[in-house]
Design a protein around this ligand. Sequence first.
Ligand code: NDP
Length: 320
Amino acid sequence: MDIVEGTISLNLPEGSNEVLLKNLYLSCDPYMQMLMSKIEGLEGFGTYSPGSPLTGYGVAKVLESGHPDYKKGDLVWGFTKWEEHSLVPSSQILFKIEHTDVPLSYYIGILGIPGMTAYAGFFEVGLPKKGDRVFVSAASGAVGQLVGQFAKFTGCYVVGSAGSKDKVDLLKNKLGFDDAFNYKEEPDLNAALKRYFPEGIDIYFENVGGKTLDAVLLNMRVHGRIVVCGMVSQYNLAQPDGVTNLANLIFKRIRIQGFGVADYYQLYPKFLEYVVPKIKEGKIVYVEDIVEGLEKAPPALIGLFSGRNVGKQVIVLARE
Ligand code: NDP
């Protein structure tokens, strides 16, 4: 591939089924940190190597295609790289963007992996029912803000935790959570959860791990469900924070289940049917934190671990 003064000349070799993409929007995700470390159990997840562009989810425009499913001008989302243009093998899953009357950045947020993660985790793993009491950590983030809104659509009572007053206000005033608290200002998380859930928690949507999980274990109801989506507080630690209250899994007969969104891609059409009308009718809110330019991507990624992002962290490279 030759890139000359902003124009690209590409001759895909005869028989090639690769796709040349112009990357428009890139996603910053907490899991990317883990791919930079050597973590036992993560082998096979495509860990990063120094000198190569990071891989991750993005929204892109097809510039050339040797694959019959994609043609020049198509908009797609899927796995790409942190670079302006990417040549991707057709074996790499790319979803064609059908609804272009919503912001394209949504395909790395509410209509992409975070949206699918919230949907699969909450409905398929959490098995919610009306009246359930739901707690969500990292609740104002890309995934959490949707879990809370899905919980409200289901008729649940939902409380979120987040790391600043502004985020707590967002949860209560814009995202429709019944209540929210700033975990950084709660010296005793167990006492805080008892305040918000005097009758206990039916579903905990776990995004952070560590001390929050430990306090939640003391506050689950009998036969409660813990949906383990992520543990962002743990990804940068050499030694994981100790979780000491695991015996409650027995006392309360709790089901705790980890999940990976990739196991649920077959639900994507059903998910779109659920969520697209809600977006178009203004029934769902999606908060994004948008920065411009590839040079802003590394600090944005690092910022996820201090809570600098408010909502889904998006990097814009080009708008089309
Ligand atoms: P977010 O947009 O929520 O960004 C991360 C947020 O985590 C920060 O804004 C910060 O919010 C919070 N945070 C960071 N460090 C800590 C800490 N030490 N303790 C508590 N909170 C912290 O990210 P996503 O919504 O994209 O991801 C949420 C979780 O879902 C992550 O754990 C991620 O790995 C996981 N995930 C899992 C998937 C799966 O298939 N299982 C797929 C996609 C995501 P605050 O200011 O509130 O602290």
